[in-house]
Design a protein around this ligand. Structure first.
Ligand code: SME
Length: 180
């Protein structure tokens, strides 16, 4: 009887931990990986209203699913972009409006796909390993940019408009939460 109870307890703990693990078939193409990932991010943040916790898990899930070089969020704080939750090598701490890919995406309130970072005038190189990049605006309910999602890859042309489209849908999961 006691062994049975112990087994039940172990199964419950194990199931709880496993529910937090991502389940992505990495042999699939990127669109299928986005399709698998989005509901899992949604499940991770459902019931949690803390914007920092949700943004952190969103970055971690994207980073793990795609093995990007760097995945993170910069927040608009007092007129500058300031580093927020991220996964990967250390990043630049502050970026001014209109500077680099991130500051440009903020200023122009749009997604920017950079196939080759060396061809983007003013690109800010936080890591010499970064070869291509995508940055998307994160907006509040009024449509103002409150931050950006920045993803870097160590391969050229890693991103295209299909990534922008899928990532917009993923960002929409955290956009209702303000105050990053
Ligand atoms: N490359 C970015 C800077 C941020 S790092 O890549 C993490 C830019 O040009 O804005």
């Amino acid at each position: 009887m006691q062994i049975g109870l112990l087994c039940l307890l172990f199964q419950t703990i194990f199931a709880t931990v496993m529910a937090e693990d991502l389940n992505i078939d990495k042999s699939q193409g990127k669109l299928e990986k986005y399709r698998q990932l989005r509901p899992q991010i949604e499940a991770l943040i459902t019931g949690e209203s803390d914007p920092l916790a949700n943004a952190s898990n969103l970055c971690a899930a994207l980073h793990e699913a795609f093995d990007f070089l760097w995945t993170g969020i910069y927040r608009v704080v007092d007129g500058e972009l300031v580093l927020g939750p991220f996964q990967g090598p250390v990043g630049c701490t502050r970026i001014k409006k209109g500077k680099g890919v991130c500051g440009t995406a903020w200023e122009e309130n749009r997604a920017i796909v950079v196939e080759d970072v060396d061809s983007f005038p003013g690109h800010i190189a936080c890591s010499s390993m970064s070869k291509s990049e995508i940055v998307l605006a994160i907006r509040n309910a009024s449509g103002d940019v409150t931050g950006v999602l920045d993803i870097d890859s160590d391969t050229l042309k890693a991103f295209d408009q299909s990534d922008a489209h899928e990532l917009e849908k993923i960002i929409a999961l955290i956009e209702p939460f303000e105050g990053l």
